[in-house]
Design a protein around this ligand. Sequence first.
Ligand code: THU
Length: 133
Amino acid sequence: METKQLIELAKEARKLSYSPYSNFAVGAVILTKDGKIFKGSNIENASYPLCMCAERNALYNAYMNGYKKEDLVSLTLVADTDTPCTPCGACRQVISELFPKNAPINMANMKGEVLTMTIEELLPLSFSGEDLK
Ligand code: THU
């Protein structure tokens, strides 16, 4: 599936954002090897630390439907930012454990600008389960 199409799907996911506190809506989609799309948007709460990002909701959505790291092809996210919206630090940590190391992460804005990088590039020298051994 083309990046442009994935961004359109992420924009659809973004419409489902519940973000009355920040008024900053984010949409994300995971594409799987068998062509399925799992959406996520950011869901906020009056107890601010409980807010959940779009990227994590999309990833957890895929896992909750039986998909694992090796089944995932790409992650695409979009928000109304000046430059392509990049995942927060917490999301990078979660992505580093649940998403393939060299798979594309397409970061976009509503103007159609896109930046594609891998999680290794976005979070070098990451802490992982290996460090706990
Ligand atoms: N947010 C995301 O969903 N993804 C990002 O990449 C950046 C931040 C959300 C969290 C919060 O609901 C709002 O955007 C403002 O930080």
